[in-house]
Write a protein that binds this ligand. Structure first.
Ligand SMILES: [Zn+2]
Length: 255
């Protein structure tokens, strides 16, 4: 029983075989999948997908890449979608200073707005942070999400992780934990408390070893679980159980 807490199954890379991919995940013991919205269109697709499968949930939010295109209409749409009982979080939202596809001041303004909207919708948040550690910390300390949240595909230092854990956040691990250069993330995975981590694929991106380079899919989240088990010296089944209990608590999923 494993929960993939961050998938993009609505992506066009799954257009030809989405159903097969979902069935493969079930066969591999993936009990729950959270499908993440990142644009207006993908939020709608995520909610539609979740309505067709009992074990798939959705989130709604606008990625920092698309912050520049947000209007009041965007927030009206997302608030409406968020009322669907299968919507379990607001995200992915945050700051991306690596690709800088939206101006940074607009990214910050849209991030803060969505932290407020998440509170209004009483949902936890899914945060994307790329090369924006300082600003992310400054914003979330001032606008702490009332229902908590998770830093997805966490790749920062243990120093920053400690601060996020103190603020009540969960940390999510993904494919890069299995890569050779994962030194910092290994340290975080070794030290993160057993009740504060979850796992994800971010599929179709960030494919774990030994499939790195291929399209990612939810069944591969087992590789991330196996790596955490190795790092923490725990049985794989124990890590699977912990990560899925944590996901249920974080997203308020039915037991
Ligand atoms: Zn994502």
């Amino acid at each position: 029983m494993i929960c993939d807490t961050h998938a993009h199954l609505d992506d066009k890379q799954f257009a030809m075989d989405r159903e097969t991919v979902i069935q493969r995940a079930r066969t591999a013991g993936i009990s729950t999948i959270i499908n993440i919205g990142h644009t207006e269109a993908s939020c709608k697709d995520a909610v539609n997908l979740a309505s067709r499968y009992s074990f798939i949930y959705a989130t709604v939010g606008i990625h920092p890449h698309d912050a520049k295109d947000c209007t009041e209409k965007t927030w009206e749409l997302l608030l409406k979608l968020s009322q669907n009982p299968k919507v379990v979080a607001w995200g992915e939202i945050g700051l991306d200073y690596f690709r800088d596809l939206s101006p940074r001041d607009i990214q910050r303004r849209v991030f803060i707005r969505q932290l407020e909207l998440a509170n209004e919708a009483r949902l936890p948040v899914v945060i994307h942070n790329r090369d924006a550690h300082g600003d992310i910390l400054e914003v979330i300390k001032k606008h702490l999400p009332e229902a908590g949240g998770v830093f997805h595909s966490y790749s920062g230092s243990w120093e920053m992780a400690k601060e996020l854990l103190r603020l009540g956040f969960y940390l999510s691990f993904s494919g890069p934990l299995t890569y050779k250069n994962a030194r910092h993330t290994l340290e975080v995975a070794a030290n993160v408390p057993e009740d504060r981590f979850v796992v994800e694929t971010d599929c179709p991106y960030l494919t774990p070893e030994p499939n790195r380079g291929k399209r990612n899919e939810p069944s591969y989240v087992r590789e991330v679980v196996a790596k955490i088990a190795e790092i923490k010296g725990l049985p794989l089944e124990k890590v699977a159980q912990l990560s899925s209990e944590n996901a249920k608590r974080l997203f308020g999923l039915a037991k």
